[in-house]
Design a protein around this ligand. Sequence first.
Ligand SMILES: [Zn+2]
Ligand SMILES: [Zn+2]
Length: 85
Amino acid sequence: MENLAGKCPKCGRTHLLRSREDMVVCDCWRICPICGGEMTPYLPDTAPKTYALNGLRELQVLMVCTCHSPPFYGTQKPVEVKADA
Ligand SMILES: [Zn+2]
Ligand SMILES: [Zn+2]
């Protein structure tokens, strides 16, 4: 069996993949870059259409770490890690 690995371009962590088509979402986007704690999902109360760019129906979820004052709002999206070419 082939051992495939993909490296997250954001945090550099290596993830094991089951196949070339496999894809892993690195959870580093949920980690607060300041304190290293896990952040909480945060839905902006702005009108959803503000976020519907180019008809993309992508749900914009931000992450917030309330350990800080003011709270830290993460803007990073989930990173999809695929097998290295
Ligand atoms: Zn990562
Ligand atoms: Zn934090």
